[in-house]
Design a protein around this ligand. Sequence first.
Ligand code: DGL
Length: 266
Amino acid sequence: MDKRPVGMFDSGVGGLTVLKQFRRLLPEENVIYFADTAHVPIGDRSREELILFVRQILDFMQEQGVKAVLFACNTTSAIVLNRVKDDYPFPMIGTIRAGVKEAVRQTQNKRIGVIATNNTVKSHAFASFIQMEDVGYQTVELGCPKLVPLIEAGQTEGETVEKAVAEYLDAIKEKKADTLILGCTHYPFLSRIITEMAGENMHIVDPALETSKEMAGLLREKNLLNQSGTPGWVQFYASGDPEAFQKSADKLIPHYVKNVKHQSWD
Ligand code: DGL
């Protein structure tokens, strides 16, 4: 039994979609959630910047005494995880593998669409993992840079959002994908609109639950589970203005984020 917290981070509110699933699955775990809002959006940042940002967060997580870290962000899961995972004393997982496994289970025509940040798309992390499952799969990866700024602003409905989602989904539908991975942790906040516009024949995959299950398996295997019998706590940090983070989180999941502390290195 291990009461140390699990670290989780994202560039902003996106990782909250993972945090929610994780807390449902493992309510006894304590969590440190870090929102790197000083740097959001990270979808077009350079590789060097992304590595630097993540190292700063992981150093901080280490100081906080975490027992494991979940990258609640596809962009850094795709680009940074492999570069840093052996440099820290705790295990780490990202969101890509679990999302792919679920999509492969769902697809019937072996055509999988992925919507993600430009950086994730350029890395082809999803396509590579999908190819590893079976070379017969086709992957259609599409960068959707308009979505994260809208979601960070708490905007998940209305004409601007609908227009952007429609434009992106048309490109995916044209390629006849029957399964769509929400390859950015911000996008599940748009799942109502995405599901509606994708049509009933499209399987929508949010990697959050499968990633949380993967973390649960890892903690169990390494004997790190917290089985205290009492609900765990979450401590939120933001590298930008803590109140601004709290406000945009409140628009998306009212009353979920509380007592945000400021932490930055710039
Ligand atoms: N939520 C992040 C992801 O899953 C990144 C969002 C961004 O800052 O562009 O990729």
